[in-house]
Write a protein that binds this ligand. Structure first.
Ligand SMILES: NC(=O)c1ccc[n+]([C@@H]2O[C@H](COP(=O)([O-])OP(=O)(O)OC[C@H]3O[C@@H](n4cnc5c(N)ncnc54)[C@H](OP(=O)(O)O)[C@@H]3O)[C@@H](O)[C@H]2O)c1
Length: 252
């Protein structure tokens, strides 16, 4: 029996410099997957790389703003030079701007849509051709509970994440016959930098925790383990769906 069925596969993970991207990179590397760490902050990406080295894993760092076409095309060429192609693509990079809709400038609105949605289009357009023809492939898009429900001040974020769920379903249908699954992971609140404003505000923090039936924030490692499961061969029948990992928030 092959104990490490994922050994040697190549995963491209965007937003691997911290938070959920880092946790997924560590989880995949521990299973023997070679990880291409993508982000804009070289020093932070190096911290992720150090963690992977400590586990005996393999990694390489690639700097790119994945919300823009030219850097993604350059990233594709760089990853092609290093690995040929990838087997797993995790579209995790994302931002949140919490404002009421009338306070958004068009540039701010576009920045959220570009980082959370257009980046996934650009990454899939760049990497899907190389993933075809192998009979195995995994695309994981970081959706959110905000793909399913919303809160005041989340117009741009919710719009981008709901659209990302639509993109996930459409792409799953396009790639199903190739053995490439495409799924969303929708976390509820996880204590990472994207939530600093809430974590640092005791009142907002308490209101948030009160909305989570299990009564705590999620852990990045919990997202890492779920992503690793979706990469396993036995997860090949899961496609075109979205997995909530939210402590019960959306069940309420
Ligand atoms: N934490 C949560 O509660 C939660 C819940 C639901 C969904 N999510 C989603 O999960 C994903 C990861 O979030 P997180 O909690 O780990 O947030 P985070 O700690 O703020 O990390 C965001 C990551 O995205 C990268 N990034 C942002 N824009 C980028 C761009 N244009 N090009 C390249 N990299 C970019 C950042 O890298 P730089 O170093 O380049 O800035 C960073 O590595 C996001 O898509 C987020 O929407 C998070």
């Amino acid at each position: 029996m092959n104990e490490q069925p994922l050994q040697g596969k190549v995963a491209v993970i965007t937003g691997a410099s911290r938070g959920l991207g880092r946790a997924m990179a560590l989880a995949l590397a521990e299973a023997g997957i070679r990880v291409a760490l993508v982000g804009r902050d070289e020093a932070k990406l190096a911290e992720t790389a150090q963690g992977i080295s400590a586990l005996g894993g393999e990694h390489a760092i690639f700097l790119a703003d994945v919300s823009r076409e030219e850097p993604v095309d350059q990233l594709k060429a760089a990853i092609h030079d290093r690995y040929g192609s990838c087997d797993i693509l995790i579209n995790n990079a994302g931002i949140n701007l919490r404002k009421n809709i009338t306070d958004f400038t068009l540039a701010e609105w576009n920045s959220v849509i570009d980082a959370n949605l257009t980046s996934v289009f650009l990454m899939c357009r760049a990497f899907v051709p190389g993933m075809k023809g192998k009979g195995y492939g995994r695309i994981i898009n970081m959706t959110s509970i905000m793909s399913h429900i919303s809160l005041p001040g989340r117009a741009a974020y919710s719009s981008s994440k709901a659209a990302l769920l639509g993109l996930t379903r459409a792409l799953a249908l396009e790639l199903a016959s190739e053995g490439i699954t495409v799924n969303g992971i929708s976390p509820g609140p996880v204590a990472t930098e994207i939530n600093t404003a809430i974590l640092n505000n005791p009142e907002a923090n308490a209101q948030f925790v009160a909305k989570i039936p299990v009564g705590r924030w999620g852990l990045p490692e919990e997202i890492g383990k779920l992503a690793l499961y979706l990469c396993q061969p036995e997860a090949g029948f899961i496609t075109g769906t979205d997995i909530l990992i939210d402590g019960g928030w959306c069940a309420a």
